[in-house]
Ligand binder design. Structure first.
Ligand SMILES: Cc1cc2nc3c(=O)[nH]c(=O)nc-3n(C[C@H](O)[C@H](O)[C@H](O)COP(=O)(O)OP(=O)(O)OC[C@H]3O[C@@H](n4cnc5c(N)ncnc54)[C@H](O)[C@@H]3O)c2cc1C
Length: 556
């Protein structure tokens, strides 16, 4: 029957065309070129997501002869302080070497020395897994590849709601962030790859978008999964990095692994405290021995040039202008470090949709990968490998699912809701000011140090913000409208984070989950997951404590 809204259908719908989504799309087409694969991408796929251009390293590779998947699981368990489901991490490490070789076949550059050896750096508590990469065109390589394979990309399309039928994923409703047009996409299976919550706490530079992670990521993947009934975990792992002041750009792995020194405010060398325990650096800073500084003046000119080349070409080329503007020359000056804003992320942290080693969520037909999923601290390797695994599982599910179908009512509800929000033109508060306030309150009450009183205040505020978002925030155009959807998701993530932080009645991961009312780590009671899922209403958060999944004897 003809619908009164635009509708498309496909075999697999991928939500988010960043590292994991792009890799998932490519893998699905490799498995079966006749599969109809659609990507909803909020930005423009050529440069969207964490790897807007390139990356300087694939952080986790079990290089034969240097390290093993078993060693990686041990190292990661230490880094996660035991809150780690081992099977997904093991599977990621097992496939990491093949992933590197695959990328090389696509002409992604991993430099080798005269003997043909990769540069493999140590950034984990034990073992060397971080392989240097030098590829400023990584994202364009992926985007071209998936287009050549015939993947359909709907750029500027933000997924608003998952469509479900009988409790299984059946597609999504999206909105074009330029025109406001709603589109329904029916799919046999769905992969969520919409990143983490980069816009969570407010950075101390005061800019809404001046954050470490990709600012287009507002926890949409978590919220879509949550509303569809999936289990989430790790929302109490409230990450704060310690990197370049004001620009919030990465630097520690790149410089310290190449011989730079890390000095505290009194000139003491703290280089040994890095790189595996970044949260401790935040502790030092807050205790008053910061700001810390990176110093490279003792390094040979060739080393400094190597570092400059990585920083100024591959990851965030804008850094070159930033240092020029500050009058910082690596040969003579220092780089001042500072804590970043607080953010939620699966790839850097432990926050995400709970998945098994097949990337399956607890909702049938719904898979997740990358920073949206909980493959603890998987970084880019996790996004790529689990992008592939999600595609393999989703392809299999789509094959069994047969045909597509969904309830029109969900789409009509999204249209009704959009139109109601367009009626908010006369409200007094500009959307940017409202976002500023929400994220300032997140800083006040959710960012560690935490305690029950503060977390209760956070919950009170989030409830109030939900109401104010409709009653006081001005929606003048489509731009305001999609910002309102994003803020709604930031509020939902804050609510989830406050619930999870309240439930974990101990302190863990240094400053990242430090509770002043439970200041000690308590392994006897808390080597557990705090699992969140929706109750009858989306705002009723159900909290359950679940066991950690270990590798079965003999699985190694
Ligand atoms: C600055 C920085 C440096 C890093 N350096 C390294 C490194 O050197 N080595 C390493 O191994 N890892 C590194 N990482 C980590 C790694 O890059 C990430 O873990 C990985 O890229 C995450 O991939 P993703 O696909 O989950 O997220 P992203 O690549 O961010 O993709 C998410 C995509 O989803 C889209 N999206 C969001 N919401 C919606 C929605 N509602 N509808 C549709 N689309 C949506 C976004 O526009 C975006 O394109 C770094 C990360 C950052 C931020």
């Amino acid at each position: 029957m003809q619908k009164d809204f635009p509708e498309i259908s496909c075999d697999i719908l991928i939500i988010g065309g960043g590292s994991a989504g792009a890799m998932a799309a490519i893998r699905a087409k490799e498995i079966d070129p006749s599969l109809d694969v659609v990507i909803f991408e909020k930005g423009e796929i050529t440069y969207s997501g964490c790897i807007a251009r390139g990356m300087d390293a694939l952080n986790i590779v079990a290089v034969p002869g240097i390290s093993t998947p078993e060693l990686y699981v041990d190292a990661s368990r230490m880094a996660c302080e035991d809150i780690l489901d081992e099977p997904p991490s093991y599977r990621m490490a097992q496939r990491s070497w093949d992933m590197l070789r695959k990328l090389e076949n696509w002409n992604v550059c991993f430099p080798v020395d005269a003997k043909g050896q990769y540069e493999v750096l140590q950034v984990h508590p034990k073992g060397r897994f971080c392989v240097t990469m030098k590829e400023p065109e990584l994202k364009t390589i992926l985007a071209k590849r998936l287009r050549d394979l015939g993947v359909r990309v709907l750029n500027r399309t933000m997924a608003l709601e998952l469509l479900t039928v009988d409790g299984r994923a059946a597609g999504a409703v999206g909105i074009n962030v330029r025109t406001g047009e709603i589109v329904a996409c029916a799919a046999k299976s769905v992969i969520l790859t919409a990143g983490g919550t980069a816009r969570f706490g407010l950075p101390n530079n005061g800019y809404l978008y001046g954050v470490y992670d990709y600012p287009g990521n507002t926890g949409d993947g978590y919220c879509l999964a949550y509303r569809a009934g999936a289990e989430l975990s790790g929302f109490e792992y409230t990450l704060i990095y310690y990197i370049v002041k004001d620009i919030n750009a990465p630097l520690l792995y790149i410089t310290l692994t190449r011989g730079a020194k890390l000095l505290n405010a009194f000139g003491f060398d703290k280089s040994r405290e890095h790189p595996s325990i970044k949260s401790m650096l935040v502790d030092h800073h807050r205790e008053g021995s910061g700001p810390m500084r990176i110093v490279m003046s003792h390094l040979p000119e060739q080393r400094i040039r190597e570092i400059e080349e990585i920083l100024f070409t591959t990851e965030r080329p804008v850094q070159e202008r930033f240092y020029e503007g500050r009058g910082v020359n690596f040969r003579t000056g220092e780089i001042e470090l500072w804590p970043t804003e607080c953010f939620l992320c699966g790839g850097h942290g432990l926050t995400g949709v709970r998945v098994d080693e097949n990337a399956a969520s607890t909702v049938p037909g719904l898979y997740a990968a990358g920073d949206t999923s909980l493959v603890a601290r998987g970084h880019l390797t996790g996004a790529f490998v689990f992008g592939e695994i999600a595609a393999e599982s989703a392809t299999e599910y789509a094959r069994r699912a047969g045909k597509t179908g969904y309830d029109d009512g969900q789409v009509r509800e999204a249209i009704r809701d959009r139109d109601a929000r367009f009626g908010q033109g006369a409200n007094p508060i500009p959307v940017e000011e409202f976002e500023y306030k929400v994220r300032r309150i997140i800083n006040d009450y959710i960012v560690p140090p935490k305690n029950e009183y503060k977390l209760d205040r956070a919950l009170w505020w989030m409830e109030r913000f939900r109401q104010e978002l409709r009653e006081t925030v001005q929606v003048r155009d489509v731009h305001d409208l999609f910002k309102v959807y994003e803020i709604e998701n930031i509020i939902q993530c804050a609510d989830l984070s406050a619930h999870a932080s309240r439930a974990r009645k101990e302190s863990r991961w240094g400053m990242w989950h430090y509770r002043t009312d439970f200041p000690e780590r308590n392994d006897a009671d808390w080597v557990k997951h705090i699992v969140l899922s929706r109750g009858t209403e989306p705002r009723d958060v159900k909290t359950t404590i679940k066991d950690i999944v270990r590798l079965q004897e003999g699985a190694r």
